[in-house]
Ligand binder design. Sequence first.
Ligand code: HEC
Ligand code: HEC
Ligand code: HEC
Ligand code: HEC
Ligand code: HEC
Ligand code: HEC
Ligand code: HEC
Ligand code: HEC
Length: 430
Amino acid sequence: MTAEFKRVIVAVLGMLFLASLLVVAYKEVKREHKPGERPKPVVAADSKECVDCHQKTSPGIVLQWQDSKHALRGIGCLTCHAADAKDVDAFEHHGVKIATIVSPLDCSKCHPTEFKQQAASRHAEAASFVGSADNFLGEVVEGGPTPTLGCEACHGTTVKVLPSGKLDPATWPNGGMGRINPDGSKGSCAACHYRHDFSLAIARGPDTCGKCHTGPDHPQLEVYNESKHGVRFRELHDQMNLTAQPWVVGRDYHAAPTCATCHMSATPTQPVNHDPGMRIAWTLRPIISTRQKDWEQKRDDMMDVCQQCHSESWAKNYFTQYDAFVAHYNTKFAAPAQLIMDGLRKAGKLTGIQFDEAIEFTFFELWHHEGRRARHGAAMMAPDFVQWKGMYEVAKNFYTRLVPEAEKLLPGVTRTALQGEGHRWLQGGK
Ligand code: HEC
Ligand code: HEC
Ligand code: HEC
Ligand code: HEC
Ligand code: HEC
Ligand code: HEC
Ligand code: HEC
Ligand code: HEC
């Protein structure tokens, strides 16, 4: 090997060494947060041991917590996880009594307003679905462990504590909206406030709601994604200012409304509200839609959201179209279908058992899937859900399945139901 060649090798190795130093330094810079941009977390004395040990056993949790406002305000592991004297799920953990579940009641010590609003909302009641047709389907017709991983993953379990103090694995983990906690409180704030960063950006984004508000029977996420609002959210995502506090529509952002914007978040005159039902005038869940209590006020509050980005007549006229649509669905299909089913039941053509006749599935799909899809599409600006995934399916089901199946069970049973104007086309009229 010539001396020249050795010098080249040394130079190349030297350069590689320097480059690797630079890479390491760069990585350090990336890992460190820019000074002033993100203050250091404050580790309270009583949580120091938790942080130190969990940094080794579950580092992800500690890093998420360090990203939270809580960490900056000195709210440590023990502040949230310390067990109350009466907690049935308390257990001894490295010399301290803690509980794994941090319930809405625990959060309420520092966030009483959010707790009160959430507790008064339908969300808090989401686990009370026993007795519904859906429940009979999930628990009996489908059966097995389906409810825990299906229904209850959205609606919530009743969390049970074993004699050992451990949480019953059949009921936890669970993040359902109306989960019934060992302390009796209802819900899980982490259903929207994912731990341990409790990121506001996550809570405000549509996918968070969409974990549950999706699928054939309540496709709010799909509806939103199809709407111009959803398109703008995706394309202009970096203009949404999602971490701002406060986050007032028309002031702190204007690119697009999200689910939270319309149903929960602040306007210049309305504060954030943790009851998402407060701006809803109709309920679209039942067979036949009805007006909510105080619906005029609720409609005004929703219009106030729209008017941060639209004119009054734009919003008002849209709701004129929407209200007419819901009324049309009600009178042309929902009420007649209900009448037909009542006729069959009264004549003893249906047993007392749900879902043992094919027509019961037909009817269920008509209102619970197709009819809801159409109504949700109309409420939230998704034309394909109104039409091809909605009213087309409703009409096809009604005329080619429900009516013929009912006539087969009891000839003549559909006569009264088909007397309405909307069904005159069957006789060749219009
Ligand atoms: C010396 C280590 C150590 C210390 C100190 C410690 N933990 Fe843990 N912790 C663990 C380990 C390991 C587990 C996982 C055990 C398991 O798999 O259930 C755990 C589990 C947990 C759980 C979940 C239990 C469950 O039911 O799944 C919580 C909540 C928790 N720790 C909180 C805390 C808090 C709060 C503190 C401070 C008061 C703390 N830990 C201190 C090691 C520690
Ligand atoms: C603002 C309150 C809050 C703080 C602060 C907090 N936690 Fe939690 N933690 C929760 C909530 C909420 C849950 C979800 C439990 C449930 O409801 O099922 C949870 C769950 C857990 C679990 C069990 C679930 C899992 O994913 O394994 C562990 C372990 C845990 N926390 C450890 C910690 C540690 C360690 C710290 C501190 C670095 C910490 N927590 C700080 C609220 C908090
Ligand atoms: C010991 C008091 C305390 C407890 C308990 C507590 N928090 Fe907080 N929380 C705070 C404080 C303080 C802030 C920061 C407020 C601020 O500076 O804007 C905060 C902020 C928040 C924020 C806003 C986060 C952000 O990035 O701006 C959310 C969301 C939140 N908490 C949810 C929860 C939930 C859910 C629980 C229960 C699992 C909980 N908190 C328990 C005191 C608490
Ligand atoms: C993907 C999440 C998810 C699953 C799984 C799910 N649901 Fe739901 N359920 C919801 C949502 C979201 C609503 C509210 C829809 C709306 O308001 O448009 C709802 C509404 C309901 C309602 C109507 C409540 C009322 O007040 O009118 C009942 C009853 C119900 N679900 C029971 C069940 C049962 C039983 C199962 C299992 C067979 C189940 N759900 C599965 C998310 C889910
Ligand atoms: C249905 C989803 C959802 C649930 C459940 C939920 N939150 Fe929120 N929360 C949000 C959204 C969205 C925001 C952001 C509102 C905004 O600023 O636009 C928020 C904001 C907050 C804030 C920040 C303060 C503020 O007014 O902006 C706190 C604190 C908070 N929530 C606490 C809680 C607590 C405590 C619970 C449980 C009792 C809870 N939340 C349950 C969606 C939810
Ligand atoms: C963990 C599942 C889950 C998540 C996440 C969730 N919801 Fe819900 N939501 C439900 C269920 C279940 C119901 C029906 C409760 C009932 O009627 O019993 C519901 C009902 C509603 C209703 C009807 C309220 C009423 O009073 O009629 C609205 C509006 C709503 N949710 C909006 C939202 C928004 C906005 C978000 C996100 C910020 C969200 N939800 C997140 C499960 C969820
Ligand atoms: C542009 C505003 C807007 C956005 C964005 C929006 N919604 Fe809606 N939502 C509405 C309106 C308006 C209604 C119908 C209100 C009425 O009947 O008066 C509605 C109805 C609903 C209902 C029916 C409640 C019932 O009682 O039947 C649910 C549930 C719901 N929205 C959830 C969501 C979810 C989840 C998202 C995001 C994926 C979302 N919304 C996005 C405005 C919006
Ligand atoms: C944050 C601003 C913002 C809010 C709040 C908002 N919108 Fe929009 N909306 C827009 C923008 C921007 C467009 C796209 C305008 C265009 O067509 O160029 C749009 C489009 C629409 C469209 C047209 C849909 C289509 O397919 O052509 C309707 C209808 C609509 N919005 C109704 C509403 C209603 C009703 C509300 C209140 C429940 C509302 N919007 C709330 C910003 C908003």
